[in-house]
Design a protein around this ligand. Structure first.
Ligand code: ADP
Ligand code: MG
Length: 386
C-alpha cells in the first residue's frame, strides 16, 4: 500500500471526488485543465460538479456499488464535502489512495474532537464545554456565558448554532437543538476573522497560501481580502505556524483550511477546520500562481508542492442567490456585463439552476496592481450587484 500511495499519478489518469458541489466542480475543472479525467460521486442529477465531470456516479455516499464504481474508475480519490461519511473514505482507501484520510475528516466533522485536537496541538481555541448529557449541561461553568451552543456535527454557514446569555437560555437551546451532542463556546470579542489554507503531501511537504481576511454576513462568508498590510505581521506568522501544526498533528494529506479569530486584545484563537478547499481560498484561482484546487490535485497525485506565490492583491466577493432577487420576487441574473466592464474581475459561477436566498451561486475574484485599486473595483462591483 505504501508504494501505491507514494507513486506519482500522471495526467491522463482519472481522479475522483466525493461530493458534487461547487468545490468539487472547481476541483474537476482544475484537474481537467492539467490533463486528468474526473469522476464525481453525488446522487444529485444536476450537481455543479457532476455537470462538468467526465464521469458522474449518481449514488449516495454510502452506496457500496457507487463506491466500488468510483474505485474502479479512479487512480485516486479526494472529497469536497465535509460530511461525507469517514467510513466511505476508509472503504475506498482499501483499494486506492484517498486524501484526506477518513481519520482526519472524522475529526473535522465533530466539533468536540476538533477542539480536543487543537488542545493537543497547543493551538489556543475558545474556552468550551462538551454537552452530550443532562449532567454535562448542568455542570457547565458560568464563565462560558454568554456563549454559543453549536451542534457537534453537521453545522455550516452558521446553521446549528444558538447564542445564549443565561443558563435558562442554554437549557432551552439544547432542547431546541434536539439534545444532540453539542459544544458550548464562550462568546469572544472578535476584532477580525482570518483563515489559512495549507496543503500537505504524503511525504510531509507542507505549503500554505497567504493569510486571508474574512468578513461574514449572517454567518455566511461574504468577502475575503488578501493583500499586504491587511493584517498585522505577527498575527500572520502565528496563524501560518498554527495552521501548519494543526495539519501536521493530523498527519494530514491534502488541502486543509484553518479558520481563526483575532480578538480585540490581539490574541489569535483557532475557530474550526475544513478538510478540503475553502470558500475563503477562492481568490487563489486568480491571484496566485497555484490555486487551492491545483494544490488538491497535486496532493492526491503526489506531484510536487511548491510554495504558492500571490502575484496580485485580491478581493473575493461571494455571490449569494439574494443578488438574483434585487428588484423583483422573480429570479433575474445580475448585470454581469456591467460587472465585467470593470478591470480585473473574474466571474466564477457554479451552474446552479435555481437562485435561492443564502445559496452560494458563485464568486467574483478581483485583482489589481495595488490594494487601493482592488478596493475601488470591489466597491464599484458591489454597487452594481447590490
Ligand atoms: P460554521 O461552521 O457555520 O462556519 P463557525 O463556528 O465558524 O460555524 O461560526 C460561524 C461564525 O460565528 C464565525 O465565523 C464567527 O463570526 C461567529 N462565531 C463563532 N464562534 C464564535 C465565538 N466563540 N465567539 C464569537 N463569535 C463566534
Ligand atoms: Mg466557520
Amino acid at each position: 500500500a505504501q508504494d501505491r500511495d507514494t507513486r506519482v499519478i500522471l495526467p491522463g489518469a482519472t481522479l475522483g471526488v466525493l461530493g458534487g458541489g461547487q468545490l468539487g466542480r472547481m476541483f474537476a475543472q482544475t484537474a481537467q485543465a492539467m490533463g486528468y479525467f474526473t469522476a464525481v460521486l453525488d446522487k444529485d442529477e444536476t450537481s455543479p460538479a457532476g455537470l462538468v465531470s467526465h464521469h458522474h456516479i449518481r449514488s449516495g455516499y454510502e452506496d457500496p456499488q457507487g463506491l466500488a464504481e468510483l474505485a474502479r474508475l479512479c487512480a485516486a480519490v479526494t472529497t469536497e464535502f465535509e460530511n461525507v461519511p469517514a467510513g466511505s473514505l476508509n472503504r475506498l482507501a482499501e483499494s486506492l489512495p484517498v486524501s484526506p484520510a477518513g481519520s482526519a475528516v472524522a475529526i473535522a466533522q465533530d466539533r468536540a474532537a476538533e477542539k480536543a485536537h487543537f488542545v493537543k496541538c497547543s493551538v489556543p481555541c475558545a474556552p468550551y464545554a462538551v454537552i452530550e448529557t443532562p449532567g454535562q449541561l448542568a455542570a457547565v461553568n458560568d464563565v462560558l456565558l454568554p456563549g454559543i451552543v453549536k451542534t457537534a456535527r453537521m453545522g455550516y454557514d452558521g446553521k446549528g448554532q444558538v447564542r445564549v446569555t443565561t443558563r435558562e437560555e442554554l437549557n432551552t437551546a439544547w432542547e431546541q437543538l434536539g439534545r444532540v451532542p453539542c459544544v458550548l463556546e464562550k462568546m469572544l470579542p472578535l476584532a477580525l476573522e482570518c483563515s489559512v489554507i495549507v496543503a500537505r503531501g504524503r511525504d510531509g511537504t507542507i505549503v500554505n497560501l497567504p493569510v486571508q481576511r474574512n468578513l461574514h454576513r449572517d454567518g455566511i462568508l461574504a468577502v475575503t481580502e488578501v493583500y499586504a498590510g491587511n493584517l498585522p505581521a505577527t498575527q500572520v506568522e502565528k496563524a501560518i505556524a498554527a495552521a501548519r501544526s494543526v495539519a501536521i498533528g493530523l498527519d494530514y494529506v491534502g488541502v486543509l483550511c484553518v479558520e481563526f479569530f483575532v480578538l480585540t486584545d490581539g490574541m489569535l484563537v483557532v475557530n474550526e477546520i475544513a478538510p478540503r478547499p475553502h470558500n475563503s481560498g477562492h481568490y487563489s484561482q486568480n491571484a496566485c500562481d497555484v490555486s487551492q484546487f491545483e494544490l488538491q490535485v497535486r496532493c492526491m497525485t503526489n506531484l510536487p508542492l511548491t510554495q504558492p506565490r500571490q502575484h496580485s492583491p485580491s478581493i473575493m466577493l461571494n455571490l449569494l442567490g439574494d443578488l438574483w432577487f434585487k428588484n423583483s420576487s422573480e429570479a433575474r441574473s445580475p448585470a454581469w456585463d456591467q460587472v465585467l466592464a470593470l478591470p480585473g474581475c473574474a466571474l466564477h459561477l457554479y451552474g446552479k439552476h435555481d437562485a435561492k436566498r443564502a445559496r452560494k451561486m458563485g464568486h467574483l475574484n478581483i485583482t489589481g496592481a495595488t490594494p487601493e485599486a482592488v478596493r475601488a473595483t470591489a466597491l464599484k462591483a458591489a454597487a452594481i450587484l447590490g
